[in-house]
Design a protein around this ligand. Structure first.
Ligand SMILES: [Zn+2]
Ligand SMILES: [Zn+2]
Length: 367
């Protein structure tokens, strides 16, 4: 049955979130209705709202949902009503990359996660004045209920703290997955993280699990750099200086074996590429506005250097998110140092605090 929910609708590009009633479509055979308990706020939500990433409007955003399964379609087998779940990005499950275990590189990633509708183009949400775009990352979780694809759900333990784990679905998976799935830094290697917001700090925490002997955090905010140290960074560098030069000094002239660019800033990306050691790899995680280009010194790359773009930590959420949840439970991924909780009704306060850099990871909580 369709059901009503309270959703934070963005009426048009740049407009504030408006809490209003919407009707959510009944679940199709492979869909699940989730009652939200918490939802993380990610920079991608804010980039879409600002019109920097493509989306139809009005729209319900939110893609780090966490909640309890309320209803399932008849083909759903992996979760049942009452299960606690985390919501992550969705994928088609049928293309070559999905079949190869790389759903973040699904051929349908953009339309499925940013298109505002299901794969067949059908909408999932209606407001008082007509259709509202939904299905954002297969969930649109800034609402009291979300209609999610089974493929985007990760079941967690009955005692899992959902208001702490919500960010695993995107931000933490992205930062940690970039290190653990893509870069896989070896023992004694050096790694620098550019931009230590939620994604960058997740990369620092993942690097601190083992491998690198030197983990360098680069940012402009002193408190963030201090937090990065607490979470495992061995050194910090102020991003306003000559960062590539500073990294060469820290690495005895060699440069860094691995760089994670998580700021979305093109200057930082240039510095990250410049700072690479021979055979070093730069992972691009931060997304600037569509159409952004960066000049690269081609000869500078000939020493076996690689630049790789990474989406969602190249993770399969149903395999990777439970591993992260286990690390959190064991105290190895101290997420509580990043998270600040806000009641859903205070979503604009959470956005303001995030934009001002006062909070690393805002998590909205639902009653
Ligand atoms: Zn696919
Ligand atoms: Zn995100």
């Amino acid at each position: 049955m369709p059901r009503t929910a309270t959703a934070a609708v963005v009426p048009e590009i740049g407009a504030p979130f408006e809490l209003t009633g919407v009707t959510i479509d009944a679940p199709r055979p492979d869909e699940v209705v989730v009652r939200l308990v918490a939802a993380g706020l990610c920079h991608t939500d804010l980039s879409v709202r600002a019109g920097k990433l493509p989306s139809p409007f009005p729209v319900v955003l939110g893609h780090e949902g966490a909640g309890v399964v309320e209803e399932v379609g008849y083909r759903v087998t992996s979760v049942a009503p009452g299960d606690k779940v985390l919501l992550s990005f969705t994928s088609c499950g049928a293309c070559g990359n999905c079949l190869a275990g790389h759903p973040a590189y699904c051929a349908g990633f953009l339309p499925l996660n940013f298109g505002g509708a299901r794969a067949d183009g059908s909408g999932t949400l209606n407001g008082a004045e007509g259709p509202v775009a939904g299905h954002f990352f297969g969930q649109s979780s800034f609402a009291t209920y979300a209609l999610a694809d089974e493929r985007s759900l990760v079941k967690v333990a009955p005692d899992a703290p959902l208001d702490l784990l919500a960010p695993l679905g995107c931000g933490v998976q992205t930062g940690a997955g970039t290190v653990l799935n893509v870069l896989r830094p070896g023992i004694g290697s050096t790694l620098a993280v550019f931009g230590v917001g939620a994604v960058g700090l997740a990369a620092v925490m993942a690097a601190a699990l083992g491998g690198p002997s030197r983990i360098v955090a680069v940012d402009v905010v002193p408190e963030r750099l201090e937090l990065a140290r607490e979470l495992g960074a061995t050194d910090v560098v102020d991003a306003r200086g000559d960062v590539a030069a500073a990294l060469r000094v820290l690495t005895g002239g060699a440069g860094v074996d691995y760089a994670v660019e998580a700021s979305g800033n093109v200057g930082a990306l240039s510095a990250a590429i410049d700072a690479l050691a021979l055979r070093g790899t730069c992972a691009i995680v931060g997304a600037p506005a569509f159409g952004t280009t960066v000049p690269v010194d081609v000869n500078g790359l000939l020493g076996g250097k690689r630049i790789v773009g990474v989406t969602e930590g190249d993770a399969d959420p149903r395999r990777f998110v439970p591993l992260l949840a286990d690390l959190v439970a064991r105290g190895a991924l101290p997420l509580e140092k990043l998270v600040r909780r806000y009641p859903f009704a205070d979503i604009e306060k959470a956005v303001l605090a995030t934009e001002r850099g006062e909070v690393v990871k805002a998590v909205l909580t639902f009653e």
